[in-house]
Each structure stands twice: as C-alpha cells, then as structure tokens.
Design a protein. Structure first.
Length: 153
C-alpha cells in the first residue's frame, strides 16, 4: 500500500502497489461483490492486474486491514471515451502518456463511507482531465448509465 490520501483513521484511501498480495486482496474482495462476482476470471483479472501495474487504482482499507472498496481506471482519449459512453465502441487504453481522459472501469464499495471518497480521490488524481464512468446499480432494476465529469484543478 502507498500513502493514505483520506485523512480518516478508520478508513484509509490508498493507492495499492503492484504486488501479488494487492492483486489477491482485490480479486478476493471483488469476487464477493456484485456485479463483479459474476464476471469471468480471465479477462477481469487482466483488467485488475493492469490497474495495479500502472498505479491506476485506489482502495478503501479498514482498521482491520480489510478492503471496504476499490476503484480502478484506465487512461484513454476523450474521443474514445465519448464513443464508449454512447455504446458506440469499446474502451481503449492510451499508454503513451498522451491521454486526455480517464475511465473508471471498476468501482465497488461495501462501506458507504468509501464510495464517495474513492470517487473523489480518483477525480483529484485526474485534475484537468474529463473522467468517464458507468454507474450500475447492483440488485436493482435501474438501468446502468454512463456519464462524465470534468475535474478542474
């Protein structure tokens, strides 16, 4: 784990390092969290591994050193993210540092305090960049929606 960006002693928001332990913690956590518990392992594990490798994640950690939430993203182009948000194409990563957008691809929280703090933490790390996301509602009949926000620095 890396530095706490939350300032809360009961629930820390941290970036996870690229370790087997972090990968195992995230996969174990997400495997018990809807909708991720229904995903196929191979492709989803590759997504989480890539987020850890590139430092594109934040986690909510309890005092008992357990995950209470996780958010992961990819860097992308605004044009690609807009197509994705309109269901007109797949989301593609930009890995050469020329990204002008980020897309939150994994967001899960089992502690209500964690959700907003994880999202705010991800937005803080992307000041001046439009952040795209899809909001789903686990266990709900509400249809998922995609949206974006511009983070002013």
């Amino acid at each position: 784990m890396e530095d706490d960006v939350s300032g809360d002693q009961e629930l820390q928001i941290v970036g996870l390092a690229n370790t087997y332990e972090a990968f195992g913690m995230v996969m174990n956590y997400l495997s018990g969290t809807l909708p991720f518990s229904h995903f196929e392992l191979g492709q989803f594990a590759a997504i989480v591994r890539d987020q850890l490798v590139h430092g594109h994640n934040l986690a909510a950690i309890t005092e008992a050193n357990e995950l209470a939430g996780y958010v992961g993203w990819i860097h992308t182009s605004r044009a690609n993210a807009e197509l994705w948000s309109n269901d007109m194409g797949p989301l593609r990563a930009v890995t050469d540092g020329s990204h002008d957008a980020a897309a939150l691809t994994v967001v899960a929280a089992t502690d209500q305090r964690a959700t907003l703090r994880l999202i705010r933490g991800a937005r803080t790390l992307h000041q001046g960049v439009r952040v795209f996301f899809q909001r789903g509602y686990a266990g709900s009949v509400r249809a998922p929606r995609k949206a974006s926000v511009l983070n002013f620095g």
